[in-house]
Design a protein. Sequence first.
Length: 267
Amino acid sequence: MTPTENAVDPDAEAPPPAETDDAPRLRLGVADYLTLGNALCGFLAVWALAMAQAGHLAAGAEGSLPRAAVATAGALLLTASALDVLDGRIARRFGGSGMGAELDNLADVISFGFAPAFFVVTWGVLSGGMNVLPVLAGGAVLTAAIVRLARFSCQAPGTDYFTGLPSPFGAMAIVTVVLLDPPVYGGLAAVLLISWLMVSRMEYPKPRGKRIYAVLGAIGVAVALLAAWALGVPAGDVLIYLMSALVLLFIVTIPFYVLAVRRANAA
């Protein structure tokens, strides 16, 4: 072999780096499939609303969308929230992939940013509001969710509190506003308040330990109430409105409860 033949070809493709135990695993794990299910639920919620709105307008109907469409979209977003809770727990217990955190943020933007923003636009336009105002409110929801998720990624793990309303709870709060179907300007003001809470410095306790099961149980109850409301079950209206009011009361009062507990502990 001549020296020329033995020389290293500068254009030759470098061999792939060897996998080591310290390198992140870039294969999908069980938790990642739950995360992808979260994103798929958000997409299906948007699809359900878009199809219902198209049919509503084609029929020349006025007013709110049919209950079945709203309940379907709401149940899909609740399912996305449940998957968002479960994927983190499974990743901590069985290990996750190196893509887990990135996948989670991307999925959350769809399910808890774009989907509730589309919810707001659909409801606001059909409720008789000027087209530009629901679009601006929906844009605020999407922007707040993106900022909220980006800030969460930059924060140190291990704390017991979220800074700002977590995006899944924000999405659920926005769905409750739509379910209550208030006057359009009051509803849009509530949506803007929820968007501000997501990027605020308000603190919300993280669901850990048995709290996770309480959250999952509450999600299951909410899905059942949505189904009862959509099917016209007696007292369904009262129950769904009571649930919506409790959700909104929770997200507004919990930060003040956390603040009071901290002050009491510091005294």
